[in-house]
Design a protein around this ligand. Structure first.
Ligand code: SAJ
Length: 435
């Protein structure tokens, strides 16, 4: 068997490498010549623990090879991005153009008996749509929606569910939801995943599988929104939200997540919109959760402005242009280098644009600042703590958790993750801006 993985990004490349590590021939396809060349050298173009070794071994042993033009295979796994786009009158419409392009690129090499699996997180109905694009391009082959179980090509949706930073382990250990267009499609897809998945493979319909993935990420988004809303309420009431959550979570049926500066990444802040855009009148809670989480960065910026105001009130000899602010963390979550869709980055950019004083940025996981932060200063944690008047903690990186309380006493802090202020009762130990 030869398996082709189309799209060699954060999901496709680890999947290709894990399958190749089971001594199956894998052809990876990507539109980026640079990504293809990097992989064929045995290197990787993304950051993910353990992935470099896996890819290196798979390429050196000859099981994994990358190309820009699809070749015949027995199974095709499509793992391309599904962002949203803005259309007239509508704001968050799923953009299936990458799925369409990937389908059209593999259509010419499809043959009777092949299996096509969509792994990209997709709105309900996308697998049927993918099948329709394939069928249109290959009228000589039959597809499940036309021929049922007797079709030449089998089609299924099997959404990825791995957590960035733990992809290699979760790819193998997590259960998989497999939604075939027919039962035989599900069975064929199950047989493929059983090559490398230790978790259970559970079959359902394609539409249910699509909705299951959107539901998982919406569940997390709604729960984070609850925590974020609590943090805003507690700020008004002068209650430490982190202590509050610890106490409430002592209840056997309560399990509240952690507030933060907003929700980042390319999944949780995107996928709920796929539900909202299909069923806008019904998905009221899901939409509100999105709004709550998307509104959090602006609330944090207000807090920083308040802190600056309080600092100036205490230091009448200084002007606003003389107040220096340090932002700790840019990544969208702890201990990764991924800045995409990061609320920490958005907040830092806004502060850079709006504050007249010096901006120090600490991000231990990157070597240089993105161009959007040109003019800010990439600093080490010690330098930032020594120099800044206001310290804004945006990501709970390990390096920040290690900073001792004695170094922070009396400092002007905006701690969006509760890393330092989460453990204290007396907010007066720190200069935390009052709501
Ligand atoms: N966050 C909070 N508070 C929390 C937990 C998370 O503010 O208590 C924030 C994080 O800081 C981050 C964002 O939420 O900005 C998302 O982080 P995450 O760790 O919750 O999730 P992702 O985006 O890295 O990965 C998610 C996972 N989905 C679920 O846990 C339901 C992963 O399993 C999916 O495979 C992935 O989305 C995906 O690709 O869809």
């Amino acid at each position: 068997t030869t398996i082709s993985v189309v799209g060699l990004g954060y999901i496709g490349l680890p999947t290709a490498a894990v399958i190749a590590s089971r001594r199956k021939r894998v052809i990876g396809v990507d539109i980026s010549q640079q990504a293809v060349d990097t992989i064929n050298r045995g290197d990787i173009h993304i950051v993910e623990p353990e992935l470099d070794m896996l890819v290196h071994a798979a390429v050196k042993e000859g099981y994994l090879e990358a190309t820009t033009s699809p070749e015949p295979a027995d199974a095709f796994l499509i793992a391309v991005p599904t962002p949203f786009k803005r259309e007239e009158g509508k704001e968050h419409v799923p953009d299936l153009s990458y799925i369409r392009a990937a389908s059209l690129s593999i259509a010419p090499v499809l043959k009777q008996g092949d299996l096509v699996i969509l792994e990209s997180t997709s709105p309900v109905g996308a697998t049927e749509q993918m099948e329709a694009w394939l069928a249109e391009a290959r009228p000589d082959l039959s597809f499940p929606s036309q021929e049922g179980e007797a079709s030449d090509i089998r089609v299924a949706h099997c959404p990825e569910r791995v957590l960035p930073g733990h992809v290699v382990r979760e790819l193998v250990e997590n259960d998989r939801v497999i939604g075939g267009m027919t039962s035989r499609c599900s069975e064929a897809a199950c047989a493929l995943y059983e090559l490398f998945v230790h978790g259970e493979c559970i079959t359902t319909t394609a539409r249910t599988a699509e909705m299951a993935k959107l539901t998982e990420n919406s569940f997390r988004d709604v729960n984070i929104a609850f925590a974020n809303e609590l943090s805003i309420i507690c700020d008004k009431l002068d209650i430490n939200v982190w202590e509050l959550i610890r106490l409430a979570n002592r209840h056997p049926r309560v399990n509240i997540l952690q507030p933060g500066p907003g929700v980042g990444g390319h999944c949780i802040a995107v996928d709920p919109w796929f539900i909202v855009s299909e069923t806008p009148d019904q998905a009221r809670l899901i939409r509100t959760a999105r709004d709550v989480n998307d509104g959090k960065p602006e609330w944090v910026i207000d807090k920083v402005n308040q802190a600056v105001g309080e600092f100036l009130a205490q230091h009448p000899e200084k002007t606003a242009g003389e107040v220096s602010v340090a932002c700790l963390g840019l990544a969208f979550k702890p201990d990764i280098d991924d800045l995409r869709e990061s609320p920490a980055l958005a907040i830092t950019q806004a502060l850079k644009a709006r504050l007249p004083g010096k901006l120090l940025v600490v991000e231990p996981n990157i070597e240089s600042l993105p161009s959007s932060l040109e003019g800010a200063c990439l600093a080490g944690i010690d330098e930032a703590l020594a120099e800044a008047d206001i310290i804004v903690l945006l990501v709970d990186h390990k390096a920040f958790k290690k900073v001792g309380h004695e170094r922070l006493a009396g400092r002007h802090l905006v701690d969006t993750r509760g890393v330092w202020t989460g453990q204290v009762r007396r907010r007066s130990d720190f200069q935390v801006p009052r709501g």
